[in-house]
Design a protein around this ligand. Structure first.
Ligand SMILES: Cc1ncc(COP(=O)(O)O)c(C=O)c1O
Length: 412
């Protein structure tokens, strides 16, 4: 009997085979030093990550969720002079994301306000953000979903006009860039030179990154990072990650035990060297999928932002060339038959998943959050999206098998 084809959504074993020697060397030096919490490896990684991202400060924390939470807590202290936001303080975000985005807003004391996304990019729509602003709005939390940039120039313009902070959820987009004509951001917003050609997560006041193992830059456990150009924000995050202590054994704020482990930093030091190469491999796979699926009328392939065309209303379509997308996930919209295609691919050995099937605005945990508008596109997407396998070690024959199986389904 022929062996059943199994194509996982992600294959970390192949990546480990490729990095085995480098990882062993880094881990050995970690064990030799016996420094486990913060320490030299973490400092080295923070310096290298700051250089890679082009920011003044990169601060390692225990997870991407903590990176969001500590960013928000630090902004409450810095901008509002209070330890936590109040419930009446509103942070505008997308309902079409992972739980952690809105969870962090609630844990910082504020209330998430969910607005709709663009139907082509799947990302928060600046036009909808504008409509949701009230006298209680304190900030905007855009998510660069699947590795595709939000429309940052418009978002920064809205933030500037309304004196709001911007925290970028860059959990899925390490290495991605925003390469459009950027609006200028005043120094207090964190970046003096605007959004042009910048790494995602370095455009707003700060960016929150996740090193969850499946991410484009993933550790061997949990980890996260906050990137910022603002020295006060960086200082507050460093204090909050270490129990709110400015001086040892004397807490100034209610903080967290949220430090990046030396072991994670050692692994990340190895993987950072390859992140551009791995992201490029993801783009090449995406290109093959795009080309193969372009004539299937029931499929909409990912639509990255482009230099020339950026949608600011929920129904505009951008064109398809952009080198800034890092394809953390390759997510298609299936206009009819999504669930049947999902079953067909899974039964053919292809690990395919819907990210995300339930909007945050529909979850019990977020029942006290606010919703602005009808979230029409987000609702539609949650029923129609599907993520196909994509990772740097996917073999040509596996890509071909995914393509031929998808085509077979639509020919039935
Ligand atoms: C969009 C988004 N935000 C935040 C997070 C939280 O990151 P972590 O799992 O490292 O806490 C994730 C990770 O899954 C994510 O995908």
């Amino acid at each position: 009997m022929a062996k059943k084809v199994e194509i996982p959504a992600l294959d970390l074993k192949r990546e480990y085979d490729f990095l085995r020697k480098d990882i062993a060397r880094e881990l050995r030096s970690c064990f030799e030093s016996q420094q486990w919490i913060l320490g030299e490896k973490v400092t080295q990684f923070e310096e290298k990550a700051a250089k890679y991202l082009g920011v003044k400060h990169a601060i390692g924390v225990a997870s991407g969720t903590d990176a969001l939470l500590l960013s928000l807590r630090a902004l409450a202290i810095k901008e509002k002079n209070k330890e936590y936001f109040d419930k009446k303080d509103e942070v505008i975000t997308t309902p079409f994301t992972f739980v952690a985005t809105a969870e962090a807003i609630v844990r910082s004391g504020a209330t998430p306000v969910f607005v709709d996304v663009n139907l082509a990019t799947f990302n928060i729509c600046p036009g909808e953000i504008k409509k949701a602003i009230t006298k209680n709005t304190v900030g905007i939390l855009p998510v660069h979903l699947y590795g595709n940039s939000c429309r940052m120039d418009e978002i920064l313009k809205i933030a500037k006009e309304n004196n709001l902070f911007v925290v970028e959820d860059t959990a899925q987009a390490f290495g991605g860039t925003y390469s459009t004509k950027g609006a200028c951001l005043p120094a207090r917003q964190g970046s003096a030179s605007g959004g042009k050609g910048k790494k995602l997560g370095t455009i707003g006041n700060c960016g929150a990154f996740s090193f969850f193992p499946s991410k484009n830059l993933g550790g061997c456990g949990d980890g996260g990072l906050i990137a910022t150009n603002n020295i006060r924000l960086a200082e507050l995050v460093r204090i909050l990650r270490n129990h709110g202590q400015i001086k040892k054994y004397n807490a100034s704020y209610i903080g967290y035990n949220s430090r990046l482990d030396s072991i994670q930093a050692a692994i990340l030091l190895v993987k950072l060297k390859y992140v551009d190469k791995f992201n490029q491999l993801r783009r090449e796979i995406a290109k093959k999928y795009n080309e193969a699926f372009k004539d299937i009328k029931q499929l909409q392939t990912p639509k990255p932002l482009t230099i020339n065309h950026q949608p600011s209303t929920i129904n505009q379509q951008p064109s398809t060339i952009n080198y800034g997308h890092v394809y953390h996930l390759y997510t298609i919209k299936v206009t009819s038959g999504r669930d049947e295609l999902l079953k067909f691919l899974n039964s053919s050995g292809i690990d395919t998943r819907p990210y995300y099937p339930i909007l945050l605005s529909k979850m019990k945990a977020f029942k006290n959050c606010k919703i602005k508008g009808d979230l029409k596109n987000a609702k539609d997407l949650s029923k129609k999206i599907l993520s196909l396998p994509i990772h740097p070690f996917l073999k040509d024959e596996e890509i071909d098998y995914v393509i031929s199986t998808v085509k077979k389904f639509f020919k039935k």
